[in-house]
Design a protein around this ligand. Structure first.
Ligand code: SF4
Ligand code: SF4
Length: 103
């Protein structure tokens, strides 16, 4: 029979456990005009947070369209700037002040 030995934590595990969680000052929310998206995927390549992906559904133009995971979005606006058809709107919320602005 195997005895349960106490687990000794590594220094990294200890520091990770006691370190305060870094809170973002700004949170993003992306809205995509799915009817106009043409699945070029330029926005996916531009998103450093990997918040965008190609969805499974198909729009009226016959393209799969982009879907956003807004939990990962920082509101950097890069996706909206590179979209050739300007179908992305980014809302930014200051987490502390709870103010929302659009770009
Ligand atoms: S605003 Fe920035 S973080 Fe949010 S989906 Fe667009 S590129 Fe990604
Ligand atoms: S860049 Fe614009 S058109 Fe291209 S996939 Fe992204 S949202 Fe759709």
């Amino acid at each position: 029979m195997q005895k349960h030995l106490p687990k000794f934590l590594t220094m990294v595990e200890i520091l990770t456990a006691i370190a305060p969680v870094k809170q973002r000052k700004v949170k993003g929310k992306v809205l995509i005009d799915s009817k106009r998206c043409k699945a070029c995927e330029i926005c996916i390549a531009e998103c450093k947070e990997q918040a965008l992906s190609l969805g499974e559904n198909i729009n009226q133009r016959g393209y799969r369209f982009i879907v956003a995971n807004n939990d990962l979005c920082t509101g950097c606006v890069n996706c909206a700037l590179v979209c050739p058809d300007a179908v992305i709107t980014v809302y930014r919320t200051n987490v502390k002040k709870k103010k929302e602005s659009t770009t």
